[in-house]
Design a protein around this ligand. Sequence first.
Ligand code: KG4
Ligand code: ZN
Length: 334
Amino acid sequence: MYILGIESSCDETAAAVLRDDQAVLASTINSQVAIHALYGGVVPELASRQHLQNIYPVVDEALHQADLTLEQIDLLAVTEGPGLVGCLLVGHAFARALALAKGIPLVGVDHLAGHLYSVFLSDRQPEFPFVAMLASGGHTSLFLASSFTEFHLLGRSRDDAAGEAFDKVAKLLGLGYPGGPVISRLAEGGNPAAIKFPRAWLDKESLDFSFSGLKTAVANLVNQLPPAELAPRVNDICAAFQEAVVEVIVGKTLQAAITTGCRRVVLAGGVAANPRLRAQLTAAGEKNGLEIFLTPGEYCTDNAAMIALAGYYRFRGATGLPADSDVYSRSRFS
Ligand code: KG4
Ligand code: ZN
């Protein structure tokens, strides 16, 4: 069975072909980073227009890479939400048109489920149940995943998402967009202990997060330093900021494992590409007798292979979805 996945929830137009043994036959991504970098963040209207332009070539390229035609595709999976509605609509309209024209079943996928199960695109796969830490540009959430279609929210960010904090701090430092990759690179040359930024642990039992205070602390420091003094401290600021984020994510993830009694822990989402976070969570896992499963680097940020995979399991769990099954654009999932 071949599954064609389509993702267009934010600023990446992506398509992928997955075989039902979970082999990724093709994964193509058209990133709009260069366009949005000019504005320091994603401009929704521009993103929708780019998706419109790119979706056909991206899907075509994925089929070409997989050496398959549309006639050989058995299932279509498209991101249903959460995301930018104008962007989601492009993916839906395209997927629905393909489904109707070719009589291929279509399933809608929760973008977060895509991230959560992207770890199954790795050679080393966890058994259920597991605790999943999902840190991306839009979400910072802890889940308890008990099957391919069931996951329960344990805690989430009350304000900024971790990736959003990286992006905002990069903007404050004039480092461009997206912030995560550039901050983690500059942090390598800095001292994480040089500045003590606040960590928001919230209530003792809480598995929620808060990153807005940390962002404000960085802004206050940046605003009080004259430009000549700021430049030599950028590496230290990046390292100290990153350390504050990593420490809280690792701490809360360990706490979730203890609270649920679950020894398996998965790290997913764009921020999961961060080398310091990967290393610190792995070390904490070893120290505390937990099995840590890291999403492969290439599947941490938005991609369609994860949508194809989550779509495949959703389809298997359902009883024969019709070709024109209802797929809706939803900016938020409650
Ligand atoms: O999962 P993703 O591609 O999109 C969403 O669903 O939000 O995540 C994008 C986020 C951005 O905020 C980006 O700055 C962050 O992931 N990111 C990183 C790194 N690479 C990407 N954050 C920290 N360190 C990284 N190496
Ligand atoms: Zn995402």
